[in-house]
Write a protein that binds this ligand. Structure first.
Ligand code: PBG
Ligand code: ZN
Length: 322
């Protein structure tokens, strides 16, 4: 008789035949930085996540360094917001200051800078608004300026999340023109208009004040279109690509992995995190088991790296399991 159970008999043998592993080196932790001083503000919808001011970043960067994960993804929340998101490309802006601080004190941690306008605009959209519409081509030069400003501050990787068409090419040529030809672009290529972002908008103060993001972010029904988006970003010069969110889009992570050979990231987004935290707080699930199962599923689907709010907890559990 075929007995699959022979290879399941003990943890030692299960470990031997295990097909998928999570490495700390593939984890990236998002951090929210609010302009101001002495801030450690809990994000109500994301238990365990805080907004930090630059002067207190050490309190989260020390655990990040100790955890052994590869890097952080930075989201700045400026004091000043306006229609064109000028704080995004102010060389003295909150995000730029955070990048400089982290790169000078934690040079071994990769700093990935999220490039978008929604945290910096007063209307909360990811692009320039004219007559109630989000105008693609007026947005591109602003994103390019923002990317160059982040690179100047010392960002290791530039990650555009806005979903304007042509932004990877615009950012690539601006970076090259300013002497940053060695800075890679991690593009949020297949980013869906998703209900799973709600807690993030709370965390980053970036909810659109009218309408929604469906004219630029993707329709969740479209898998083939996701592959077109990824192909186009690669042609425009992306070095790494992303599928976002992760858990409801595992099929697309697998398709992207099979279709393209660039490093592939998955973003385990805020709503995915908050649902786990809420159910765990109710005592309905075992948080550690569920988190590791979710991260394993994302890797098994084909992600090379995972951006996740669970990164520090997961790194700690991986260390315990060693
Ligand atoms: C901003 C941005 C968003 C996220 C990453 N960058 C929010 C959005 O598009 O509304 C979502 C991250 C998360 O939910 O964890 N463009
Ligand atoms: Zn945005």
């Amino acid at each position: 008789m075929r007995r699959f159970r022979r290879l399941r008999a003990s943890e030692s043998i299960r470990r031997l035949v295990r097909e998928t592993h999570i490495e700390k080196s593939s984890l990236i932790y998002p951090i929210f930085i609010e302009e101001g001083e002495n801030i450690k503000k809990p994000v109500d919808s994301m238990p365990g996540v805080f907004r930090w001011s630059v002067d207190r970043l050490g309190e989260i960067m020390e655990p990040v360094r100790a955890s052994g994960i590869s890097g952080v993804l930075l989201f700045g929340i400026p004091a000043h917001k306006d229609p064109l998101g000028t704080s995004a490309y102010d060389d003295n802006g909150v995000t730029q200051n955070a990048i400089r601080k982290i790169k000078s004190e934690y040079p071994g941690t990769l700093v990935i800078a999220d490039v978008c306008l929604c945290e910096y605009t007063d209307h909360g959209h990811c692009g320039v608004v004219e007559n109630g519409r989000i105008v693609n081509d007026l947005t591109l030069p602003l994103l390019a300026k923002e990317a160059v400003s982040f690179a100047k501050a010392g960002a290791d990787i530039i990650a555009p999340s806005d979903m304007m068409d042509g932004r990877v090419a615009a950012i690539r040529s601006a970076l090259d023109n300013e002497g940053f030809e060695d800075i890679p672009i991690l593009s949020y290529s297949a980013k869906f208009a998703s209900g799973y972002y709600s807690p993030f908008r709370d965390a980053a103060d970036s909810a659109p004040c009218f309408g929604d993001r469906r004219t630029y972010q993707m329709d969740c029904a479209n898998g083939r279109e996701a592959m077109r988006e990824i192909r186009d970003d690669i042609e425009e010069g992306a070095d790494m690509v992303m599928v976002k969110p992760a858990l409801a889009y595992l099929d697309l992570i697998r398709r992207a992995k099979d279709s393209f050979d660039l490093p592939l990231a998955a973003y385990n987004v805020s709503g995915e995190y908050s649902m786990v935290k809420a159910a765990a707080a109710m005592g309905w699930i075992d948080e550690r088991r569920i988190v590791m199962e979710n991260l394993t599923a994302i890797k098994r689907a084909g992600a090379d790296m995972i951006i996740t709010y669970h990164a520090l907890d997961a790194a700690g559990w991986l260390e315990e399991d060693r």
